[in-house]
Design a protein around this ligand. Structure first.
Ligand code: C2R
Length: 161
């Protein structure tokens, strides 16, 4: 199956976080590809990736980075595909640096920014799936089923309180 979602990250050290996005895509049976691409360390590859993403058949890009997290914004600058930014928790500033670097985009070049860390990465996977689900009914159905499971788990936990 051709990948529909591109999951990219600035370093392999981001994988522990970004795996949460991939886990959701696996669960929802959505084809994706994952790669390390860095605006700072591999700028030419980053341009090439962003410019070629649509022709590859990708519909959404999830980009995670930590610290001076320029990757999501720079990718968004080079494609009109939706880009979801995941702020990876940094050691020095606990991810506040990553969050602000990703969320404070100038007008005209949006990045849909999720929360810091693994919970944010999980939501990034879900948001990407919901974007696909807007026009792919089978994906929408799997998302509905997941929501139902979450609801049941909350109701059960309440009963056990
Ligand atoms: N923020 C960026 C970018 C980028 O934005 O292009 N490239 C790498 N990095 C980040 O540097 C951190 C430390 O990376 P290393 O662990 O490889 O030193 C990672 O969180 C990565 O996302």
């Amino acid at each position: 199956m051709n990948p529909k979602i591109g999951v990219i990250m600035g370093s392999t050290s981001d994988w522990d976080t970004m795996k949460a996005a991939c886990d959701v895509l696996d669960e929802l049976e959505i084809a994706y590809e994952k790669k390390v691409v860095s605006a700072h360390r591999t700028p030419d590859l980053m341009f090439q990736y962003a410019e070629g993403a649509r022709d590859l058949g990708l519909k959404v890009i999830i980009a995670g980075a930590g610290g001076a997290a320029h990757l999501p914004g720079m990718v968004a600058a080079k494609t009109t595909l939706p880009v979801i930014g995941v702020p990876v928790q940094s050691k020095a500033l606990q991810g506040l640096d990553s969050l602000l670097s990703i969320v404070q985009m100038p007008g005209g070049v949006p990045v849909a920014t999720v929360a810091i860390g693994k919970a944010g990465a999980t939501n990034a996977g879900l948001l990407a799936a919901q974007m696909l689900g807007a026009y792919e009914p089978d994906v929408a159905e799997r998302l509905e089923a997941r929501r139902e499971k979450t609801k049941q788990a909350v109701l059960e936990s309440s009963d056990q309180l």
